[in-house]
Design a protein around this ligand. Structure first.
Ligand code: AMP
Ligand code: ZN
Length: 115
């Protein structure tokens, strides 16, 4: 846990969030600036800077993040219509919070290519 990491502070409950799902190792909460009707962030409770670092350090944890992403999509009722999972990584990927997180976006048609 890093006290200057926003998402570590959400895990510790020192920063509030609208939590929609929790397991022993993963937390899911609504994005504060939603880009779609469903916009949930699924994060490992342990601090890893990005998705690839998480997967290299703990492949089972990366799998659990994806498993929870699917659960969140189903709980929000967007699984049948489809949804998008995004891991922004680094500067060109427009990552702004350097604690690995999976965006679950759904409830509207997505565009391709992404911006
Ligand atoms: P990224 O740009 O991929 O690093 O995504 C970071 C996401 O975190 C953005 O979509 C922000 O809107 C979201 N975010 C920032 N602060 C909070 C917060 N306090 N609670 C929930 N989501 C947040
Ligand atoms: Zn963190």
């Amino acid at each position: 846990m890093s006290s200057d990491c926003l998402f570590c502070n959400i895990v510790e409950r020192s920063v509030p969030a609208t939590i929609v799902h929790e397991t022993g190792s993963v937390l899911a909460f609504r994005d504060i600036n939603p880009q779609a009707p469903t916009h949930v962030l699924v994060i490992p409770k342990a601090h890893h800077v990005d998705a690839a670092s998480m997967a290299a350090a703990d492949p089972a944890l990366a799998g659990e993040v994806l498993n929870v992403a699917g659960t969140v999509a189903a709980d929000d009722g967007v699984d049948a219509a489809g949804y998008r999972l995004v891991f922004n990584t680094g500067k060109d990927g427009q990552q702004t919070v350097f604690h690995a997180h999976c965006h679950v976006l759904g409830g509207r048609g997505m565009e391709w290519p992404p911006g």
